[in-house]
Structure formats: C-alpha cells, structure tokens
Design a protein around this ligand. Structure first.
Ligand SMILES: NC(=O)c1ccc[n+]([C@@H]2O[C@H](COP(=O)([O-])OP(=O)(O)OC[C@H]3O[C@@H](n4cnc5c(N)ncnc54)[C@H](OP(=O)(O)O)[C@@H]3O)[C@@H](O)[C@H]2O)c1
Length: 241
C-alpha cells in the first residue's frame, strides 16, 4: 500500500481502540485518534507520543452527524487522504449481568436503548464510511475495518441483549453491503471480531487482553492489495457470519 498511511481510529482513547492506534502507529501509519472527550483522547495521544508514536487527535462523538462531517472536512483540508478507517467506537448499553440475562430480554428491552446502541454501533460506522470513501476513491485504495462481535453472528445467535446483538448484526450487513458496492475498487472492507477482551466493555473476566484483540483488527487494516474484502474474521481467520 502507501508509504505513510493515514489511519482514522474511532474510540481510540482506551481499550481495544487504543491498542489498535498504538499498533498502527508502530507499523508506520500516521494515526488520527478519534474520541468524544478532548481530555481523555489527548491523554491517550500523549501516552503514545511519549513512546515515539506519530499520532494526532480529533474530538468527535461519532453519533453526531455534524461532528462526522467536520471530521471529513478536516481529513480533506489537512491531509487530502484517509487510507484506513477503523470503526471501533462501540457501546453496550443493556444490563450486562450474565447471571441474569432476562434483564436484557427482547421482551423487556427499552427500544430507546436499542436505538442508542444502533446509533453508535451501526449508523455511525455508516456515516464514517460515507465520510472517508470519497477520499479513498480519489487516492485509489483504502482499508475499512468494522469492529464487530460474535454476539452479532447470525450463525451463533443466542437470546438476550438484542440491542447489542442487532447492532453488530447490522454492522456485519453494512460490511457486506459496502464491500459489494466497492468490489470494483481497491478499497477493502472487512468485519473483525476481537474476541472477548479485558476492557471496560468486556470486563475483568474476559479471556484476552485488549492487545490480543487488537491484533486481528490491525491485520485487516494493513491487508495487502491481494487481501480479502467482504469477510468476517477473528485472528486473521474467516469465521461464519
Ligand atoms: N471488549 C470485548 O470483549 C469486545 C468483544 C467484541 C467486540 N468488541 C467491540 O470492540 C470495540 C471496542 O470495545 P472495547 O472493549 O475497547 O470498549 P471500551 O473499552 O468500552 O471502549 C469503547 C470506546 O468507544 C468510545 N465511544 C463510545 N461511544 C462513542 C461515541 N459516541 N463517539 C466516540 N467514541 C465513542 C469510547 O469513548 P469514551 O471513552 O468517551 O467512552 C471508548 O473509547 C467495540 O466496538 C466493541 O463492541 C469488544
């Protein structure tokens, strides 16, 4: 791909997104770390700069269409490119007591919670794709990684947590749709499940570190020109939708 790629990573202030930003910077990308709190995203960027990484910050709530439009305008004005987009920002807003899943049943879930989850996990990635693809087309290449979850796999769909599950299933559908519409281009679009990771979202009992979860995302972000598009992967291996 390109010499110094510009990588946009959402939700980069902590958790998996922070690890992805760090690893993409270590791979030689200039990383634009996107976060919704100026203080926390600046703190995260400072940590990476202190380790010698080339990172910039952008403050945006990805569910705010005008903030995403401002990000798109900055990308065009300041860099004239966007080579990699990692749609990592995500929320899990339902009650998450795995011992009492009934608290997050289809039959009791607040539709407002489902809508808010969708806004961040599915609609924001759509808006961000709309923001970067024109630049990727102009530059003739691009990589888009949608960070999804096994909880969105239709082939393994269990009960409970409908907001999160439906939002990630929708993100998977968006991945397929986008890849199909871009199949004649050099822009690759894939969904990656990081596995169950020890972050604020995954909790302390998760089986993987955020660093381990980030690896498969970075792999998809740095795919060579003959790499796959339109797939769902974990650890660089295809898994069922
Ligand atoms: N952890 C897991 O086990 C696991 C498993 C499968 C998939 N995933 C997916 O991996 C991704 C990262 O998860 P994580 O575990 O690292 O979660 P996390 O620690 O909770 O971090 C989520 C990040 O997303 C940001 N974010 C949330 N809403 C946002 C918004 N509206 N605008 C901008 N940024 C926003 C958060 O920013 P603030 O700091 O401002 O809140 C935070 O930086 C998510 O898409 C998640 O669904 C995680």
């Amino acid at each position: 791909m390109l010499a110094q790629k510009l990588a946009v990573v959402t939700g980069a202030a902590r958790g998996i997104g922070f690890a992805v930003a760090r690893d993409l910077a270590a791979a030689g990308c200039m990383v634009l770390m996107v976060g919704r709190s100026a203080e926390t995203i600046e703190d995260a960027a400072r940590q990476l700069r202190e380790s010698g990484h080339d990172v910039l910050v952008h403050v945006a709530d990805v569910t705010d269409a005008s903030a995403v439009a401002a990000l798109a305008a900055r990308l065009r004005r300041e860099f004239g490119r966007a080579d990699i987009l990692v749609n990592n920002a995500g929320v899990f807003l339902e009650a998450r007591d795995f011992a009492v899943p009934q608290a997050a049943s289809v039959f009791v879930v607040d539709p407002e919670v489902v809508a808010a989850t969708y806004a961040c996990n599915a609609l924001a990635p759509l808006c961000l794709i709309q923001a970067v693809v024109p630049l990727m087309r102009e530059n003739g290449a691009g990589r888009i990684v949608n960070v999804t979850s096994s909880m969105g796999q239709l082939s393994k769909m269990g009960g409970f947590w409908p907001g999160y599950r439906m939002s990630k299933a929708a993100l998977n559908a968006l991945t397929r749709l986008t890849a199909r519409e871009l199949e004649d281009s050099a822009i690759k679009v894939n969904a990656v499940c990081p596995g169950w990771c020890r972050t604020a979202m995954g909790g302390p009992d998760a089986t993987r570190s955020a660093d381990e979860g980030a690896r498969g995302i970075v792999w998809a972000a740095l795919l060579p020109d003959d790499g796959p598009s339109g797939g769902l992967f974990r650890d660089g291996q295809p898994i069922d939708w």
